[in-house]
Design a protein around this ligand. Structure first.
Ligand code: DCP
Ligand code: MG
Length: 466
């Protein structure tokens, strides 16, 4: 492990919700919840003001509405989030050629490789300047962790949240990790956490005390070794520049074969949800849904279905996976199940009206942003064109956003990122003076972006001799 805290981890604060607050002045300082608004919608994220009510990512929207009835509820606008993400990633690439994005709002940067930091002081300065630049260019806050390894840099940025910077000084890592709950370590989810707890291991320090042999006995060779090393703050994983992802998939092997068909169905749904979370985390969507089934006799089948367009909608992936499962004989039991999505695209618009089978149309219509169509599609009721949170323009009142619609009416708040909080007006949904509009930049005339750092040029090939 290196001796200076020159690995930086950046994670934007309440990313989607902060973008919405930056674009809508009346929502700043308020509880804002972004996600699918239909009956099966889930929370993508909540502003910190909403989190005090207990609302968090992946919670069913119905539960969020009970916890925070007065929050603003908005559908995600992925195209906008991606454009902001591009601005942030460009700032990171100005620091080093080694930038490893983990999702739209999160990345590792190797500052040493970029020659921008070599010790604690220089790393701290770079981190502080980065946060200021992000604010100047995007109007948003991000939290920064600096440490000598990826694991610790990520833990540091989590501790720095929101709107902070934390440096973990080399030499202090173990003492810092010791009292932390085991769940702090990467790869320790609820299941592993429970497993360790039953063995009396609650903190990272207790993992270290238990010793490597005990960890391997509890968790198996690979996981046990890895976790023990992490508990001792040993992490030599390099920051690797972005690679093309071909597919996203998750799978589970079961200790005991599952025979019950209902249970198999439930497991598949759970895997579909997990797969979509990963997909979304990487800022991707995909067209082909793949189901993998290994049966009691180790025979392994994969089935796939290709949709008309890319999706990242959990309902769509669940339904496709369930259809695929229908075509697989599981009598005798299954050992392993997996769900994957391939044919990946960056977040793009999808034709959910065509894809979501069996009455999922309403959620689909609300849950996703749809390209402002030149003509409304005939099968889409006119209300649906006015998704909560989307931008509109009125010939007389100018730029605003849809606060809500229903019963033939649409309510619009007229404000822009640079204006004071605006006024609300209500129109008929078919008012010809009102039309969909593109989002406005969050910061007027952002400062010029610095040039990205390029990897050193390869020397020209030497001419063959002789
Ligand atoms: N996201 C999502 N579904 C999830 C988790 C996240 O759609 N289950 C989206 C919305 C988030 C964005 O990804 O805004 C970034 O995820 P983070 O985990 O970084 O969460 P936030 O940035 O919202 O909050 P934090 O301040 O905790 O980083
Ligand atoms: Mg974040």
């Amino acid at each position: 492990m290196r001796s200076a805290p020159t690995i930086l981890h950046l994670d934007m604060d309440a990313f989607y919700a902060s973008v919405e607050q930056a674009s809508k002045p009346s929502l700043r300082g308020k509880a804002v919840i972004v996600g699918g608004l239909g009956p099966r919608g889930v929370v993508a994220t909540a502003s910190y003001e909403a989190r005090v009510h207990g609302v968090h990512s992946a919670m069913p929207m119905s539960q969020a509405r009970r916890l925070a009835p007065n929050a603003a509820y908005l559908v995600p606008r992925f195209t906008l989030y991606r454009s902001i993400s591009d601005q942030v990633m460009a700032l990171l690439r100005a620091l080093s050629p080694l930038v490893e994005p983990l999702s739209l709002d999160e990345a590792f940067v190797d500052l040493e490789a970029g020659g921008t930091a070599w010790d604690e002081r220089s790393a701290r300065l770079v981190g502080a300047k980065l946060r200021a630049d992000i604010r100047a260019v995007t109007g948003l806050t991000g939290s920064v962790g600096l440490a000598a390894s990826k694991m610790l840099a990520k833990i540091a940025s989590e501790q720095a949240k929101p709107d902070g910077l934390i440096v973990i000084e080399p030499g202090t890592e173990r003492a810092m990790l010791e009292p932390m709950p085991v769940r702090t370590l990467p790869g320790v989810g609820p299941a592993t956490g429970d497993h360790l707890r039953r063995a009396g291991i609650h903190t990272v320090g207790e993992i270290a005390e238990a010793g490597e042999d005990e960890l391997v006995r509890l968790l198996g060779k690979a996981h046990g070794h890895a976790l023990y090393a992490m508990a001792l703050a040993r992490d030599d994983r390099p920051v690797v520049a972005e690679r093309e992802t071909k597919s996203v998939s998750v799978e589970d092997t079961y200790d005991v074969d599952i025979h019950d068909r209902v249970r198999v169905g439930l497991e598949v749904q759970r895997l579909a949800d997990r797969c979509v979370r990963r997909l979304r985390g990487a800022g991707l969507s995909g067209r082909t849904i793949v189901l993998k089934v290994r049966r009691y006799d180790f025979s392994t089948l994969t089935r796939s279905e290709t949709l008309r367009g890319p999706t990242d909608d959990p309902a769509v992936v669940r339904e496709a996976a369930a259809r695929l499962l229908d075509s697989v004989d599981t009598t005798g039991g299954v050992r392993l199940l997996g769900v994957g999505v391939s044919g990946l695209a960056d977040y793009t618009q999808e034709d959910l009206f065509a894809q979501a089978a069996g009455g999922a149309g309403e959620e689909a219509a609300e849950a996703e942003e749809s390209e402002p169509a030149p003509e409304p599609r005939p099968e889409v009721p006119v209300e649906r064109r006015w998704s909560a949170g989307h931008d509109v323009r009125h010939t007389e009142y100018g730029h605003g956003w849809v606060q809500g619609s229903g019963l033939g009416r649409v309510t619009v708040r007229f404000e822009t990122p640079g204006s004071p909080p605006g006024r609300v007006k209500t129109f008929r949904v078919d008012d010809p003076a009102l039309e969909a509009a593109d989002p406005l930049p969050l910061v007027e005339a952002p400062p010029d972006l610095p040039e990205p750092m390029r990897p050193p040029e390869e020397p020209p090939p030497r001419p063959l001799e002789g």
